[in-house]
Design a binder for this molecule. Structure first.
Ligand code: G6Q
Length: 542
């Protein structure tokens, strides 16, 4: 595209529209249009989205949809689903949608239908899962496996941890699942301190099987196992791998018959429903896992086919562009009102920020508009007693995503009504606030009135589902995946590479020998790095 984003007619029309909308209050928008709360909603794949509490009108949405059209969002979606190499900087297709394509559908990469391969791996995972869960798979000493430890980091960790926590209700409580990611030895030590090696299976999850943290942890796990079981042959009974790199897997000593593969057209942070989900499947069983895939697929189909004005991921993504680029909002708070989703914000941080934290367009030009906002959050109601003060009365505009469920998986007394009353109340308070007149009329002393006033006009989405089922979880994740893609498409960046994580890794490799060497190394960094390394060496030697 030769024009820049700012040259698009829809962008210009949004600029002028912004000046009309920016000072309008949600109180007025609702007063003028009482049907708004029912109309500005959309529903798909078991998720209901209320986006009426946004500083946007029907006209805003129309113009945002126009922006999507002028940005060829439709063409980009089709290209992704078709398997075109849209990850241009890595010359790769981007086909996480193929991971949940049902049997019988065809998606081609370089002329080869990849869907049968996906199902072959899924079947292999299901077979293995069955053997672990039934106790048929024995550890080296003949004991069944009771503990499963996933070793992986980034995309090979955050999805599995999040999904395990999210679907704990559906998990086999006789199995202990643990996750080791950090190269900090504490992570491994604490995850394994109460486990019996004879009953423990390690899943080494690494697309490349070369990642420093994962390989270091895998070697430590190997040593931990061998210290107890004292035979190299035990490794084959206690280690399996999820990877695309059979050669490295086999070098590690894992039988490639126990390797679960995936493909370079699956990005790390889009891989939790590839074989990287093996720990999830072991925890919840193949049936629940497949239900989760069905939820993903339902949202994929919705994204691929629904008109943008009714398309949940498109709406979510376009509104994020609206706040990021027009209102100058810098963050999005994700606030799940469900304890099982406690790791969802952390998972989303990688998905959103590693994807859209870019400042070069696909054709290598520096963007002249803000891209990827910071995503953050905590489950409600906990966050309310922590950072909500700033969202309500601080100086920043923070669009919020509230996520709630109509039915609890653990109905206890009135807990769930109390929980959900807070979802509705928070969104209401943020939008409508409390005027000085209202505060005064309650008899508040004049000097205190400003402190107790809520200006409101703070936007939010409310995402509601019936219950947190595996299907709903899949749909929820796909909703955000495709929202990210929508944003990236508008911003003309590549959401599927992550060159920004390279430099630090390379520099760390150079520093490792400088920390480890016995002799004082010749340091050639800047004065700060040199001094820090010297100080570390001195203290470590004590
Ligand atoms: C995700 C990133 C990154 C990756 C990890 C682990 O999109 O690529 O988070 O998942 O670096 O990589 P491996 O799976 O290759 O160990």
């Amino acid at each position: 595209m030769s024009t820049t984003l700012r040259d698009l007619p829809a962008w210009k029309s949004l600029e002028s529209h912004y000046s009309e909308v920016k000072d309008r209050h949600l109180r007025d928008l609702f007063a003028e249009d009482p049907g708004r709360g029912e109309r500005m909603t959309a529903e798909a794949a078991g998720l209901f989205l209320d986006y009426s509490k946004h500083r946007a009108t029907h006209e805003t949405l129309k113009r945002l949809v126009k922006l999507a059209e002028e940005s060829d969002l439709r063409g980009r979606i089709d290209a992704m689903f078709r398997g075109d190499p849209i990850n241009a900087t890595e010359h790769r297709s981007v086909l996480h949608v193929a991971l949940r394509a049902p049997k019988g559908q065809s998606i081609f990469v370089d002329g080869k239908d990849v869907v049968p391969d996906v199902h072959e791996v899924l079947d292999k995972m299901a077979g293995f899962t069955g053997r672990i869960r039934s106790g048929e798979w024995k550890g080296y000493t003949g004991k069944p496996i009771r503990n499963v430890v996933n070793i992986g980091i980034g995309g090979s960790d955050l999805g599995p941890v999040m999904a395990y926590e999210a679907l704990r209700h559906y998990s086999d409580r006789g199995l202990t699942l643990r996750f080791v990611s950090n190269v900090d030895g504490t992570d491994f030590a604490e995850a394994t301190r109460d486990l019996d090696p004879a009953e423990t299976l390690f899943i080494v999850s690494s697309k490349t099987f070369t990642t420093l943290e994962t390989m270091t942890n895998a070697q430590t796990a190997r040593a931990w196992t061998l210290a107890a079981l004292k035979d190299d042959a035990s490794i084959a009974r206690h280690f399996v791998a999820v990877s695309t790199n059979a050669e490295e897997v086999s070098k590690f000593g894992i039988d490639t018959a126990n390797m679960f593969g995936f493909w370079d057209w699956v990005g790390g942070r889009y891989s939790m429903d590839a074989a990287i989900g093996l720990s999830t499947m072991i925890a919840v069983g193949p049936e629940n896992y497949r239900a989760m895939l069905a939820g993903f697929h339902a949202m994929d189909e919705h994204y691929r086919t629904a008109p943008f004005e009714k398309n949940l991921p498109a709406i979510l993504g376009l509104l994020t562009v609206w706040y990021t680029d027009f209102f100058g909002a810098e963050t999005v708070a994700v606030l799940p009102y469900d304890q099982y989703l406690k790791r969802f914000p952390a998972y989303l941080q990688q998905l959103t920020m590693e994807s859209n934290g870019k400042s070069e367009t696909l054709d290598g030009k520096r963007v002249d508009y803000p891209t990827g906002p910071i995503y953050w959050g905590e489950p409600g109601t906990n966050g309310q007693h922590s950072f909500y003060q700033l969202i309500h009365q601080g100086t920043r505009l923070i669009p919020c995503d509230f996520i709630g469920f109509c039915r609890s998986l653990n109905p206890v007394g009135e807990h769930h009504d109390l929980l959900m009353s807070n979802v509705f109340a928070q969104a209401e308070a943020l939008a409508f606030g409390k005027t000085a007149e209202q505060v005064k009329s309650e008899g508040t002393a004049d000097w205190l009135v400003p402190h107790r006033t809520f200006e409101g006009n703070r936007p939010s989405n409310v995402i509601l589902a019936d219950r947190l089922t595996p299907e709903v979880l899949g749909a929820l994740i796909a909703l955000y995946e495709h929202s990210v893609f929508t944003q990236g498409t508008i911003w003309r960046i590549n959401p599927f590479d992550q060159w920004g994580v390279e430099l630090g890794k390379v520099l760390a490799k150079r520093i490792i020998p400088e920390l480890e060497s016995k002799d004082e190394p010749k340091l050639n960094h800047d004065s700060s790095t040199n001094a820090l390394i010297r100080r570390y060496r001195q203290h470590k030697a004590r």
